[in-house]
Design a protein around this ligand. Structure first.
Ligand code: TMP
Length: 205
């Protein structure tokens, strides 16, 4: 397992309220227990530039932002975290675990926002050194469960409403239909069950 995980690029993704951050933490701890040097980063964010872009994207006062602008900003933040962290880390054999990646832009802007998944992938291929990770695990959750888990002030993306977020979920599931490296886990279960399901896919690498 140690040899298989070294230098691998893994992504956990899914709709808001899917429990991704908890699962990133649990998976990262499990990988470290396999004696593998693992790092995890959030997208958008992590770098100074990326965190500033994140603030612009999530600020509820930026109401009129277009899906095309969102695509470019998410991609820019991603290019920076690749340059500063992911690229160098993979080269030294670390296992990189990302909290979101291009799959999010496909589901949110590409599908829910109507920008187009193919167009997102074209822009991604032109602006990133690597579009697809070794595996993307989508934590699938229904809208009602997700909303129940998000009892707090919502950011600009989370405020987009139920119709948009239903399409985000649909977008992630479509992506899994088309790409064999995108796996879906039922994230409505308890934390430990979801973690075990995530591990099943990781162990298949
Ligand atoms: P987070 O809260 O999971 O860190 O993600 C920030 C928000 O940005 C979340 O609502 C999902 C959204 N998002 C997109 O709309 N497109 C993207 O490409 C990414 C990475 C996130």
């Amino acid at each position: 397992m140690k040899q298989k995980l070294a230098g691998k690029f893994l992504v956990l993704d899914g709709p808001d309220g899917c429990g991704k951050s908890t699962q990133v933490r649990l998976l990262s701890e499990w990988i470290a227990e396999q004696d593998v040097d693992v790092v995890s980063y959030r997208d958008p964010g992590t770098t100074v530039v990326g965190e500033k872009i994140r603030d612009i994207l999530l600020d509820p006062s930026h109401e009129g932002m277009g899906d095309n602008v969102e695509v470019l900003l998410y991609m820019a933040a991603r290019a920076q975290v690749w340059k500063e962290h992911i690229g160098p880390d993979l080269k030294t054999g670390k296992c990189v675990l990302m909290d979101r990646w291009v799959s999010s832009t496909c589901a949110y802007q590409g599908w829910a926002g109507g920008f187009g998944i193919e167009k997102v992938l074209t822009i991604g291929a032109d602006s990133l050194e690597r579009l697809w990770p070794d595996v993307t695990i989508v934590l699938d959750v229904d809208l009602e469960t997700a909303r129940r888990r998000m009892q707090r002030d919502l950011d600009r993306m989370e405020q987009k409403g139920d119709a948009y977020h239903a399409k985000v979920r649909e977008g992630f599931l479509r992506l899994a239909d088309y790409h064999s490296d995108v796996k879906v886990v039922d994230a409505t279960e308890g934390v430990e069950e979801v973690h075990q399901d995530v591990l099943k896919y990781i162990q298949e690498i």
